[in-house]
Design a protein around this ligand. Structure first.
Ligand code: FPP
Length: 245
């Protein structure tokens, strides 16, 4: 179900029912640029401003965890130029915004594979961002980078196998305890922009009971008012976690 492209102010939200963890599949950057006759990379650049506004909106209403899909394991299949641009883009965002996010009290974390494909310069920037912001408490920003939900489950299973845990002792809790971020709570709400109704391998295990909100707004046009609209929609939902209530 699509979300109306309306603006919603923070004051219309029920502050006692703010989701603890909101995940965002930031989609539509390329289309936003193409619609304007610009290079796709311009859409990504504009997407950075959208992300900053969403982070500020999250801080304004006291969201504790915000996860964003920055680069998927499938994104390596894009044209070489775009992959190179996205690597450089992510590195420069981290460098440019790290201080600002630190001053805002944001703790930066990453989920995803740290494999040979990720340039060392990007890894270095990631490590510095983690280190600089690790004591912050207002908001944890989880950047899914070289991330795939299936890859995350495969990596968990590999670790379990390496520890020779007997099959009969493996439960859902075992698998959950080998996922990438042991502190991150499961998302309460996942938002996907750009009118696509897919999950695209984002937080597959963790989103088993998440509420999903889809909007036609392209990510570069998305801002905190759209975040608040998605939360208003979430607050109308009745979460049952598979039970009759
Ligand atoms: C999807 O648009 C968006 C991306 C692949 C990248 C989004 C990343 C950011 C906004 C920056 C995040 C970085 C950090 C370090 C937090 P698309 O190209 O798939 O758009 P399309 O579907 O219209 O082609």
């Amino acid at each position: 179900m699509g979300l109306p492209e309306s603006s919603v102010g923070a004051e219309s939200l029920d502050m006692d029912r703010i989701p603890r963890h909101v995940g965002c599949v930031m989609d539509g950057n390329g289309r936003w640029a193409e619609q304007r006759g610009m290079a796709r990379t311009e859409g990504h650049a504009q997407g950075e401003h959208a992300l900053l506004d969403v982070i500020q909106g999250a801080l304004e209403i006291g969201i504790e965890w915000l996860s964003v899909y920055a680069f998927s394991t499938e994104n390596w299949n894009r044209p070489e130029d775009e992959v190179r641009f996205l690597m450089n883009f992510n590195r420069t965002i981290l460098r440019r915004r790290c201080e600002q996010l630190n001053e805002l009290g944001v703790r930066i974390r990453f989920v995803g594979r740290r494999d040979w494909r990720v340039p060392t310069g990007v890894m270095k920037e990631m490590d510095e961002a983690i280190e600089l912001t690790r004591k912050n408490k207002r908001l944890s920003l989880v950047v899914a980078f070289n991330y795939g939900g299936r890859a995350e489950i495969v990596d968990a299973v590999r670790k379990i196998a390496a520890r020779r845990i007997p099959a009969r002792r493996i439960t859902e809790r075992t698998i959950a305890s080998y996922l990438y971020d042991q502190e991150m709570p499961e998302p309460d709400l996942i938002i996907r922009t750009s009118g696509e109704y897919r999950i695209s391998n984002f937080l597959l295990w963790e989103m088993a009971y998440s509420e999903l909100v889809f909007t036609d707004v392209l990510w570069p046009d998305f801002d905190r008012s759209h975040l608040f609209a998605a939360i208003a929609e979430y607050q109308h939902r009745h979460r049952r976690f598979g039970q009759v209530q």
